[in-house]
Design a protein around this ligand. Structure first.
Ligand SMILES: [Fe+2]
Ligand SMILES: [Fe+2]
Length: 169
């Protein structure tokens, strides 16, 4: 398999969807597949496209996090505060990087893209998985069944990072 060359300044191959990311709550899984698409597009973008790609990531995250926050609020999810707080921290970092990018700081934008790619599997595996189980139990009376295709070499998502992305001072 061949891979496209990384854009100048990029350090990591773009995030790729893997069935390992499936959580079994279909609306959330669709949203997470979109997250992978927009972050991968940001990672692969040439410098001239970074502002538009970062704006697309912000728009996606606002909708993604608002939906999860709404599910938690509407259903009285017990661990809501911590989860909402992590979403807010990510959005704050994206907003700060948009300001830096508007001043020409493409390197920090690329670091954010890579940090988002590293952060997401851990967030999905812990916080989003708990919410997915909660939502399935409320809607269907049990935990979700997840059917994953077998993962070959390279099918694993990146090693998760436990911390939300932050930008350097
Ligand atoms: Fe999520
Ligand atoms: Fe989340």
């Amino acid at each position: 398999m061949t891979t496209a060359p990384l854009p100048a300044g990029a350090t990591e191959a773009p995030l790729r969807w893997s069935d390992a990311l499936l959580l079994g709550f279909a609306p959330m899984d669709r949203c997470h597949a979109e997250f992978v698409d927009v972050v991968a597009a940001l990672q692969a973008a040439p410098d001239a496209e970074l502002p538009a790609r970062l704006a697309a990531v912000r728009a996606h995250l606002q909708s993604h996090f608002a939906q999860e926050d709404e599910w938690m609020t509407a259903t009285g999810f017990p661990a809501r505060e911590c989860h909402v707080g992590e979403h807010a921290a990510v959005l704050a970092s994206v907003a700060q990087v948009e300001v830096l990018l508007s001043r020409g700081d493409t390197a920090t934008c690329r670091r954010l893209a890579d940090e988002l790619a590293r952060w997401f599997p851990g967030h999905a595996d812990v916080m989003d998985a708990a919410l997915a189980h909660w939502m399935c139990k409320r809607r269907h009376g049990g935990k979700p069944l997840v059917f994953r295709r077998s993962l070959g070499a390279g099918g694993q998502p990146p090693a998760p990072s436990s911390k939300p992305p932050s930008i350097p001072r």
